[in-house]
Structure formats: C-alpha cells, structure tokens
Design a protein around this ligand. Structure first.
Ligand SMILES: Cc1cc2nc3c(=O)[nH]c(=O)nc-3n(C[C@H](O)[C@H](O)[C@H](O)COP(=O)(O)OP(=O)(O)OC[C@H]3O[C@@H](n4cnc5c(N)ncnc54)[C@H](O)[C@@H]3O)c2cc1C
Length: 491
C-alpha cells in the first residue's frame, strides 16, 4: 500500500486534461487540493499509529492475491467485508468532515465483479477474466478510481436511441480488432480530477434498440480524448484545523476515446447494461449507509457545539432536535448493517447487500437532508451566514470590537467562538455546503429511483393478504408466498 506522497506524485505526472473556469490546469491547482487532501486521508490513515486499532476495517485481504490491500480497492467476499466497508466509510468521513469520495471506486469494482461474471455465463463472453486481470494490478498499485455512471441524458423521457443527438448517452461508435471507440459525456463525476482511473458504466435500463449504449469499461483519467470540465472548491485553511478539505466534480467528455479490449467489461449486452446500472446503484446506496450517518454525526456535533456556544445546550427544544438528528443517523446506519446481514453471495462470490434495506436507508437520509441543515441553522442562529471575515478578526481597528461583541458563553474563548462559526459557515452556508446538500438528495440516484427500487422489492401482495385476513375479506386475487416472500401460487 502506497503513501499519500506517492499518490500526489502520480497525480502530478498525469496528462493535463482538466479545464477549470476557462483554463487548462494541472492537478496541483489550489482549487483541487481540498479533494486531493480527502483522498490522501484514505492513504495516510492506514499508516497512522492512532488508527492501528482499526487496521482490520481499513484494510482487507485481496481474494486474488492474498495480499493486504486498502479496503477501498476490495471486492466484498462476505457479510463482514460489507460491514467493515460501512464502518470504514463512517470512520474516515468523521476525519474529513464530509464525503470520503473513494466509495465510487469500490462500488464500481463490486458492480463489475457481479455483472461481468453473470454476463459471461449468459453470453459466453470473457469480461470477468479481463476485469480480474485489471483489478489485480489496480489493487497492487493502490490507485484511486472514480465512477462515471450518470449520462447527460438529454430529454429525460426518451431512451438513448430516441434522443435527437445519439451522443447524449455515452455510446460505442466503432468496434475494432483491438478495442472500441466511445463518444459521449458523463456528468457529476465526483473527484474525477483526483483519480487515476475512471470506471464507466451505464446509467439506466436499456432496450434491444440501445445496444450501442450498453457499454462498461475502465480508462485512465488522463487518456487521450478524455477531457474533464471541473467544478471544484477548497475551504480556507485555518490555524489548528485539519485539511483543508473540499470537493471536485467533473463533466467528463469522451471525445472519441479508444478503449482496448482488456479494459472493456460490457459491450452491447443491453439487458446486462441495465443490470450493471442497478447493481452499481445498490452498492453505492450501501456506501451511503456509512457516509450519510457520518455526515449527520458531523451536523449533530456542530448543532451541539453551537448550542453550547450560545449557552442553550440544556434547553428542551435543543435536546429534542438533537435526538431527531441521532434518529436519522442511527436508522440509516442500522439499515446498512441489516442490508449486509440480509445480503447474498452472487455467483462470482461477491457479497451483495439487500436491496430493500439499502434503498430504505438511502431514501430516509435523502428526504431528511435539508431538515438536518434546518436544525443546525435554527440552533446556530444567523451568524454562520454573516460572520465577519478573517481579515477583520486580526485588523488592529476591528479586532477589539470583534473580540468584545462576538463573546457568548463565558466558558468558551471568543477565538474559539469565531473558529466554530467559521467552520459551521463552511459546512452549512458555503459553495461546498450547497454541493453536499444536492449530493445528499441526488447522489446514488434521485429519490424517485429509490422509491421505484423499494416498490419493486416490496411484497405488497403479501401485505394485502395479511390485511384481507385481518379484515375478514375474501374477494380479490390472493397470492400465496413462502416465508421468504417468493410467490408460490394464486387463487
Ligand atoms: C454532488 C453530486 C455528486 C455526484 N457524484 C456522481 C458520481 O461520482 N458519478 C456519477 O455517475 N454520478 C454522480 N452523481 C449523479 C447522481 O447520481 C444524479 O444526480 C442522479 O442520478 C440524478 O440524475 P440527474 O442529476 O441527471 O437528475 P435528473 O435525472 O434529471 O432528475 C431530475 C428529476 O427528473 C426526474 N426524472 C428523471 N428522469 C425521469 C423520467 N424518465 N421520468 C420521470 N421523471 C424523471 C427525477 O426523478 C428527478 O425528480 C452525483 C450527483 C451530485 C449532485
């Protein structure tokens, strides 16, 4: 396993293909450092003596080589693997105060591991062998992968083949003896400018008319023809605080990019394309059962700190609001554990989480996100929105006034009051906070998609049978089920 210095050196050697605000920039651009610092944490924490006790959670044993690897590059082989990933995610999110970002890599490799195997079984292809060969190297080099799933999608109601411009979903434009050429663009690709690989997979169910859009592959993030148009932010550096953290998301353009066959993991099998999209979403929603509770923990800590600074921590309404936050985080986390326990082993040997618990958890987190910020804003008061700038804290004329008038709870030093408000401003009332709020709603799929997944998996007829029996009603079609909810027959 490499160090964060080695990771940064690798990034500095990558081809320039990052466009930011009208300029072509290197990966050492200051605005990208917040994202790079977060990913660096996923390397540093493994070598940090303070976190030695979490070694089993932070690392895993590769099922391909038997070597110890960073868990972010692991394929889950058991329920314990999945639960350790959830714990690791919560742990590292606590360290960086937000999204840990490397989940995109682990969730995409797990989706590949399930679907490539099944595709080979159905179509006699050899995607799984190729995937394993690439994965072995990827684990050895300890690289970072992001995931490009979301297509730009044009008119939302039209399928890929129905769009006026066929490039609105990424597609295969040529099949050659040594590989394929792809064209299109993927959006919202989190941390793509800080990753070495982009793992690409479809975004939706695909029909027989959509075969050219049924494509999955991995590609170096700086490959010829790959252009990243990036929106990034890095919070200000503050004395004594870790970081600075930040984020970066890319609209990734594939301008006729050549992908050699050894990196192609699906090519034209439209039914498996849809399955790949759903499988990635499932693993990703399970990752949210680790990161979302962590984000809520951070918001809960911030709310409690604001209450202390304002001298209102013992007020009943504050305690009730904090308990609401705790219910959100622990329900999401608990359903993540349930998803791992109720998971199953796919034919490739990968442990897959339960669909119902993953989606219920993710949806619960998504619909609560703005309410959580609402609680923090309520308890903090308006200061995070209008806090005087740092220059005024230290300017000789304004400093005495700021120190006099920013004082609140006498037990808290006024400089700590300022720092706490500045941090809460970053996390709840800033460019980055806005991104995190939208991520809370849409990351892993819009709320409607989770609802569809929940209703697809939920056995409503079984529940209706219970209601009929309790109400003494005999009319209507009745299904019989086994104890696992499989339909045995109808009458
Ligand atoms: C901060 C952030 C980070 C992200 N990171 C990544 C990433 O790293 N990689 C990645 O691949 N994706 C990423 N995503 C993308 C995320 O998965 C999508 O935002 C999500 O799937 C919604 O897609 P969309 O943004 O295109 O919205 P849309 O799909 O346009 O949704 C807008 C509305 O339209 C509705 N809608 C859409 N289609 C239909 C239809 N056919 N019929 C009826 N209603 C419809 C939706 O339900 C929703 O209400 C990220 C998103 C955010 C905000």
């Amino acid at each position: 396993m490499i160090t964060s210095n080695e990771y940064r050196q690798r990034l500095s050697k990558m081809r320039r293909n990052i466009y930011m605000d009208g300029k072509l920039v290197d990966r050492n651009h200051p605005r990208l450092q917040g994202a790079i610092n977060i990913l660096s944490k996923t390397y540093d924490i493994i070598h940090d003596p303070e976190f030695q006790q979490y070694e089993d959670i932070l690392t895993a044993t590769s099922h391909l080589t038997g070597q110890k690897i960073n868990r972010f590059n692991n394929v889950h082989r058991s329920m314990t693997d999945l639960m350790s990933k959830q714990k690791m995610t919560r742990l590292i999110c606590h360290q960086v105060g937000g999204c840990v970002a490397r989940c995109m890599g682990i969730d995409s490799i797990n989706a590949y591991s399930v679907v490539c195997f099944l595709t080979d079984q159905k179509y006699g292809t050899e995607y799984y062998k190729r995937f394993e060969k690439w994965l072995k190297k990827f684990q050895e080099t300890d690289d970072v992968a992001c995931c490009a799933q979301t297509d730009v999608k044009g008119n939302r109601k039209w399928r890929p083949y129905q769009q006026k411009d066929p490039d609105l979903y990424l597609r295969i434009i040529e099949r050659k003896s040594d590989g394929i050429i792809v064209r299109g663009a993927k959006v919202h690709n989190s941390f793509a400018p800080a990753a070495e690989w982009i793992n690409v997979l479809p975004t939706r169910a695909l029909t027989a008319d959509d075969k050219d859009w049924a494509v999955a592959f991995t590609v170096p993030a700086d490959a010829e023809g790959v252009k990243q148009i990036v929106s990034a932010f890095t919070y200000d550096e503050r004395e004594g605080s870790p970081g600075p953290w930040g984020g970066a998301d890319s609209m990734t353009v594939f301008d006729d990019v050549f992908i050699p066959w050894e990196h192609v993991f699906l090519c034209g099998e439209n039914d498996m394309g849809g399955y790949m999209a759903l499988t990635f979403a499932l693993f990703h929603r399970h990752s949210y059962t680790g990161c979302k509770p962590a984000m809520t923990d951070v918001l809960t800590g911030a709310t409690a700190l604001m209450a202390e600074i304002n001298g209102i921590e013992k007020e009943q309404h504050v305690r009730e609001k904090i308990s609401e936050l705790v219910c959100t985080s622990e329900l999401c986390y608990g359903t993540g554990i349930a998803a791992a326990i109720n998971g199953y082993r796919s034919p490739s040997g990968t442990w897959v989480p339960d669909i119902m618990y993953c989606n219920v958890s993710r949806r619960h987190a998504g619909i609560n996100i703005y309410h959580e910020y609402d609680i923090l804003a309520d308890v903090a008061g308006g200061m995070p929105a209008t806090l005087p700038r740092y220059g005024d804290w230290i300017h000789e004329e304004t400093k005495p006034f700021i120190e006099k008038y920013m004082a609140r709870n006498p037990d808290v030093d006024v400089h700590d009051v300022l720092k706490a408000f500045a941090w809460v401003q970053d996390m709840s009332c800033s460019e980055g906070a806005g991104v995190m709020q939208y991520a809370g709603v849409h990351g892993g799929g819009s709320p409607r998609m989770e609802q569809i997944a929940i209703m697809g998996a939920y056995n409503l007829e079984n529940i209706k049978n219970i209601a009929r029996r309790l109400a003494g009603i005999k009319t209507g079609k009745r299904y019989t089920f086994d104890r696992l909810g499989n339909i045995l027959g109808s009458q």
